[in-house]
Design a protein around this ligand. Structure first.
Ligand SMILES: [Zn+2]
Length: 108
């Protein structure tokens, strides 16, 4: 692996971790909204605040996704790809042939 590629791959990994955590937070907002639904005499302001917070995190998620996409484009351009053919099991009865780079994981 070229040394210049390494920090980009690490950044993409970190972006994936951040995105996974944001997904977790967004999912918890859905739970909060659902729980709030079960409360009698719901407070409209609370619902709005939860909904607005969820929207903020969704916007943040889209920004992080864009940063990750930019990194992925850089990785694709910098990588000296080494493609291999592999077979992945979709379910017990069906598998699919894929071709991907063992360095950057780009799938053809
Ligand atoms: Zn590659």
């Amino acid at each position: 692996m070229t040394t210049s590629l390494h920090p980009y791959l690490e950044m993409r990994k970190k972006y994936n971790e951040v995105l996974s955590n944001i997904d977790f937070i967004i999912h918890n907002h859905d739970d909060l909204l659902q729980l709030n639904d079960e409360i009698n005499n719901k407070v409209k302001k609370d619902i709005d605040d939860i909904q607005n917070s969820k929207t903020d995190f969704t916007d943040l998620k889209n920004k992080i996704k864009q940063l990750k996409d930019n990194i992925s484009i850089k990785i694709y351009a910098l990588c000296q790809h080494e493609f291999i053919d592999d077979c992945i099991d979709i379910d017990p009865d069906y598998s699919q042939n894929i071709r991907y780079c063992i360095i950057c994981e780009y799938c053809e």
